[in-house]
Design a protein around this ligand. Structure first.
Ligand code: SF4
Length: 375
């Protein structure tokens, strides 16, 4: 029980379902103890999603790591001529999609680098060939940074590109590339890539085109409490406008092999505080995810009591955070995911990308069931 009257008032506000302001958020970020923050986040989490934690059966596909940009926090990217660089062939891509389908995946999460020499049509063709061969696989593809790059390559309006990619099989957008919206921080981390207004506009247009998307925030590097809260409020404002976001994913900075490897990686305490703060500030986001690849399985388990109602999926072939030093396994089985959720006292429910319950009956293909809670 807190003895800080302002903190107690903010806790009551969250319990009552009242919206927290920028100043409230900064105060919480700076002053709230972990347990009060967790208590507030858990109330919001259970109000929206009850005792359920969602997971999905998915795989990641990173078709190339060659990238024109040089974000300081990125250990994944490669120069065009570096021996580290790779570009997957159509056959390799289809092989991955076949493998994912055989393993029962409902989703492919597709993101990568912005290759110096690949035209928009190369990215479009990836979606097309996978969708033509495996139409049941939901393709969640290309971060706003990639969409911004497609615009620069083609000079076509973003709406046009979204509709075009949708016509060949795009299912939704992932939430990457948001980092921290503040221009000062962005200038130091990733000065040339899509800025906050471009990121937000691309998601606005995606929602208008009927596509759902996710949102992220990269924390634990050079940002301050004000930057984090400003970031969350910008997302909340867009969600008020469009209602198109499904899930918010706070992403912990991983320093290994990056240009800012001198910054220590965030502690478990920071991970849990950021999770809880995100849950209480984003009162209009249905879901907040503890992405176990970045957080570790142990923190993802605990995070289910600090606001998280989703722990992502089986994953497989994750490169981006493993290149940056993540020592989480490459893959979890469904049985392991369910055990991690059950041990945390929650009820595991498999979802598809759009939060329909997944029904699996022996001898049949998976199918989408009822729409799950989207409070
Ligand atoms: S974060 Fe993305 S855009 Fe930035 S260098 Fe890495 S792959 Fe390229």
């Amino acid at each position: 029980m807190t003895t800080d009257p302002r903190l107690a008032a903010l806790r009551d506000k969250a319990f009552a379902g009242d919206r927290l302001s920028f100043d409230d958020g900064v105060y919480l970020d700076r002053n709230a103890d972990l347990f009060t923050l967790g208590e507030m986040a858990n109330v919001v989490r259970e109000r929206k999603n009850g005792n359920v934690t969602y997971y999905n059966v998915n795989q990641h596909l990173n078709p190339t790591n060659v990238c024109v940009y040089r974000c300081n926090f990125c250990a994944f990217r490669s120069d065009l001529k570096s021996p580290k660089g790779y570009v997957m062939s159509d056959e390799q891509i289809l092989e991955r999609a076949r493998n994912a389908t055989e393993k029962g995946a409902t989703e492919l999460h597709i993101v990568g680098g912005l290759h110096h020499l690949k035209p928009y049509e190369w990215y479009r063709n990836i979606i097309k060939i996978i969708h033509d061969a495996y139409p049941d696989l939901h393709l969640k593809a290309w971060t706003a940074v990639e969409w911004d790059w497609f615009q620069r390559l083609t000079k076509r309006p973003i709406r046009d590109l979204l509709e075009d990619m949708k016509s060949v099989g795009l299912g939704s957008l992932p939430g990457g590339g948001a980092e921290i919206f503040d221009p000062g921080v962005r200038g130091q981390l990733c000065e040339h890539k899509a800025d906050a207004s471009a990121w937000l506009e691309i998601h606005r247009e995606a929602h208008r085109a009927g596509l759902r998307s996710n949102a992220t925030m990269l924390y634990g590097h050079i940002e301050t409490a004000e930057h984090r809260i400003d970031h969350l409020i910008k997302l909340r404002d867009l969600q008020d406008e469009t209602g198109g976001f499904q899930t918010f994913i706070p992403l912990a900075f991983h320093p290994d092999n990056t240009k800012i490897a001198n910054i220590p990686k965030p502690s478990g305490l920071t991970d849990l505080r950021t999770m809880a703060l995100s849950r209480v500030m984003l009162d209009n986001f249905p879901h907040v995810k503890a992405y176990w690849v970045m957080l570790t399985i142990k923190i993802a388990q605990v995070a289910q009591s600090y606001g998280a109602d989703d722990i992502d999926g089986t994953v497989v072939h994750e490169k981006i955070y493993h290149d940056a030093g993540s020592d989480s396994p490459q893959e979890l089985t469904v049985a392991e995911l369910r055990r991690f959720i059950t041990e945390a006292g929650r009820v595991p429910v498999e979802r598809d990308t759009l939060y329909n319950e997944v029904i699996r009956e022996p001898g049949t293909k998976w199918r989408a069931g009822r729409k799950l809670v989207m409070a």
